[in-house]
Every structure is written in C-alpha cells, then in structure tokens.
Ligand binder design. Structure first.
Ligand code: UGA
Length: 437
C-alpha cells in the first residue's frame, strides 16, 4: 500500500520505518527542509536502536522517500498518517496547533477519497475535529470528496520501538467507516497482534488511559518505596512478590527517580485537564503527578542526609537520558536533579553514553565526562540516574579505587547491592533497605 507519514519526529520516523518493513511504500513528510535533506541521506535526528539501518535500507531499495511537499505525498498515497507533536501547553492541555495545521494542509491537497490516520496522542474528539477541518478546506475548493479520519494510537516505547512495532500487545483502530476499517486491517495483516476495533473517540481515550495507568503504577510503587525506606523493607522484592499476581503483573513496578520522557508527563497532564474541561477533578491523576514531581527532591534529600550536605561535594551523575537506549532528554529526571544539586553546592560531573552537547548547553556549570570512569574519578558519590547497560557492568573494584568517597546512590534500583556492599561501598537504592541507611 502507498502511505504518507506527516511529521518526522520520533513517532513519524519509527512509524515510517515499521510500515516500510511490512512491505508498504512510504513517503515521509516534514516542513523542516534540513531534516528532510538529512533523512533523505539516511541521517536520523533521533537515536533509536535499529531504525537508522532500516531507513537506510528502505532508501536504498527506493521503497521510502522523504519530501517537504505535502501535496505530492497526499496525491501518491491511499493512507495518510498524522504523526506530529502535541506538546503540553502551560495549562497542561496539549498544543493542537501542529495537528490542526496538518489537517488544513491536507484539505488543500486532497482531491479523491483518502484515509487520514491520527497517530499523534490527541484528546477525545480530535478525529471529528480533523475531519471538519479537512472537509471545510476541501469545500472552499468547491469539491465534494469523502474522507475518513480514524484513530490508531501509538504504543511504541522509545528504545524498544522496533521490537514493539514487530510484536505489539495490540493494535487499536478507532473508525466509524467500514471501508477504512478494512483497509487498516489489510495494512497491518502481517503483524502478529490482536486488532481491537472501536470508535475513534474510544481509541483516543484508550491511549491516554493506558499511559496514565502506567504512570499511576510507577507513582504507586514510588510511594510504596518511600515507606519501604522508612520501614527497612526492600521494594524490589515487594514489587517481585506483587508482580507474580497476574492481576497486577510485573511491569512498570520499578521504583526509581520518577517517570520522564515526552509522553507520560504530558499525557497525564492532558488527561487531567480533559477531566477539568468536563468539570471533573481526576484526583488520582493529581496525586500521580504530585508524587512524580516530588520524587527527585525526596531522593536528593536522602542523599544529602547520608552525605551530610552537598556543599563542596563532587557528585558523578551517571545517565542523562530519560531512559536507556535513547538520546531523548525531554522531561528527563536528570534535568531536575542537576539544578537541585548545583543549588545545594555540589560539583556535578555527568556522563551519558549518548547525550552530550544537549545537556552542556543547558547547564554550562557541569562537567561532562567522556567515560563513566572519568566521571567517577575523585568523586564523593555516584548517582545513577539512567540504567544504561554499561553501568550495570562497571568494574566496581576499579571504581572503588578511583573514587574519593564510598557512596553509591542507585536511583533506578539496578545495581548489584550485595556485590557493592562487599567491596565496601555504602549503597543506597530507592526503598531498598540499604547499607547507607
Ligand atoms: C510510553 C509508553 O510506555 C508507550 O506505550 C507509549 O507509546 C509512549 O509512552 C508514547 O505515548 O509515545 P516511553 O515514554 O517511550 O513510552 O517510555 P517508557 O518505557 O514507558 O518509560 C517512561 C518513563 O517511566 C521513563 O522515565 C522510565 O524510566 C519510567 N519508568 C518505567 C519507571 O520509572 N519505572 C518503571 O517501572 C517503568
């Protein structure tokens, strides 16, 4: 099938690559000329394992093209995906400008029946709104063309996007049109996953309710972890024991420094404000956000207690991305931790395998190390903020020799506590009944 994907951000690029892998002809569209010129040469603006290779292969096979010409892409395609950003406005509501602009542009180009698919995370009612905008533009051109706008939310996780695209837990299709439903089933026929077909409004809500539920699980376990910390209980064992119950499940129960990224913080805020618009206070979501926002401060308070203050202390911050295997720092916990550490008088020596200049531009006062070992040299404490694999396999004896102090703060509960303690480190994990307590 011939597909256009509008927007070449994280969702757009991974959608284009995975649809291409299913054998479809894909045209990626963006208004950013520089981005399109780089993408056409196989240079990606994002880091996502495996995607660059896939895009390069599809460019070579000429099954994938990139362009800034939306009307050309529309003419060539049966199905048009909208995959532009819906970032948060200061009031928590998503900024719908980009989606609406694309809808208007589509209305200016569509000359025959098309299926328009919303991949972006959008409030309930957006499919109807997008259709209205498209049809109104088409009418201004004195044309009568049928268009179906459907919702097909994205459930890919950064860092594992290809894995998720190849074997998703489900594909949700929200459509009121039988023709569009059929086409969408055909589009995904090679994917081994259950298709859940529903209305566009239901599909739009499924996306928000899913992300907010996962965020709720994380805030819940983070709150349990704080209590574990006071009661000398290990939250990692508690989560394991809970997760064995099939009704609870083991996923998203990893206590840590709080959730970040471009999705959870934005989507929980958006769902909360959707409630407010409907004159309903979603009190659970308010608490989920509060617990998450206060987690970095609580963590630094614990650190400060153990280190007897931060003034003049050298802290190695390992990991800056919001999670491993991505270069994304949007809403990353590191962005909250760095200013708090600096304000408290600490020297911050940071290291991340992929994130470099982005962070140095924001925080010129930190030192950016080239390796983890360089970062930890002569430091009083290590704060592990992102669980990159390389941190799990550090040579801890070497680390011990290079460090000045003994404190290791594991904000992701991934380090081998017993091993570290046996080397004489004072280990602290989030709610882990640690030796440093
Ligand atoms: C999330 C959802 O998991 C995807 O299904 C969805 O498609 C995506 O948002 C989106 O809406 O586009 P993503 O933001 O890539 O995916 O990352 P996650 O793996 O979900 O992690 C989000 C945050 O939660 C990270 O900061 C992570 O470190 C944190 N987290 C995750 C925890 O603190 N504990 C956990 O147990 C799991």
């Amino acid at each position: 099938m011939k597909i256009a994907v509008i927007g070449t951000g994280y969702v757009g690029i991974t959608t284009a690559a995975s649809l291409g892998e299913l054998g479809h002809q894909v045209i990626g569209v963006d208004i950013d000329r520089e981005k399109i010129s780089k993408l056409s040469k196989g240079i990606l603006p994002i880091y996502e394992p495996g995607v660059e290779e896939l895009i390069q292969e599809q460019l070579r096979d000429k099954t994938l093209f990139f362009t800034t010409d939306i009307s050309e892409a529309v003419k060539e395609s049966e199905i048009i995906f909208i995959a532009v950003g819906t970032p948060s406005l200061p009031n928590g509501q998503p900024n719908m400008t980009y989606v609406e602009d694309v809808a208007k542009e589509l209305g200016k180009s569509i000359g025959e029946y098309k299926i328009v698919v919303n991949k972006s995370t959008v409030p309930v009612g957006t499919a109807d709104r997008v259709k209205e905008l498209i049809i109104s533009e088409i009418r201004q051109r004195k044309l009568q063309v049928a268009v179906d706008v459907i919702s097909n939310p994205e459930f890919l996780q950064e860092g594992k996007a290809l894995q998720d695209a190849r074997k998703p837990d489900r594909i949700v299709i929200g459509s009121d049109s039988e023709v569009a439903k059929e086409k969408m089933c055909k589009l995904y026929e090679k994917v081994d996953a259950p298709l859940f077909i529903t209305t566009p409004r239901n599909a739009e809500m499924i996306k928000y309710a899913s992300n907010a539920f996962l965020a709720t699980k994380i805030s819940y376990i983070n709150e349990i972890a704080k209590l574990c910390d006071l009661l000398r209980v290990d939250v990692t064992d508690v989560a394991k024991g809970m997760g064995l119950d099939k009704r609870i499940g083991p996923h998203f129960l990893q206590a840590g420094v709080g959730y970040g990224g471009s999705c959870f913080p934005k989507d929980v805020a958006a769902l909360y404000s959707m409630g407010k618009n409907a004159k309903m206070e979603m009190s659970i979501l308010r608490q989920v956000q509060e617990v998450n926002n206060s987690q970095p401060e609580w963590l630094l308070e614990q650190m400060s207690n153990k280190l007897k203050g931060f003034h003049g202390k050298r802290v190695a911050l390992l990991g800056l991305a919001f999670k491993p295997d991505t270069d994304d720092i949007r809403e990353a916990p590191s962005l909250k931790l760095i200013p708090l550490l600096l304000q408290a008088g600490a020297f911050v020596i940071a290291y991340d395998p992929i994130v470099h200049s982005k962070i140095k531009d924001r925080f010129p006062d930190i030192i950016l190390a080239k390796t983890a070992y360089q970062a930890i040299k002569n430091t009083d404490a290590i704060l592990l903020c992102t669980e990159w694999k390389e941190f799990l396999y550090l040579d801890w004896l070497k680390v011990k020799e290079e460090m000045k102090g003994q404190h290791v703060f594991d904000a992701r509960n991934v380090l081998p506590q017993k091993e570290l303690e046996s080397y004489g480190f004072l280990y602290w994990g989030v709610g882990r009944n640690s030796s440093a307590n």
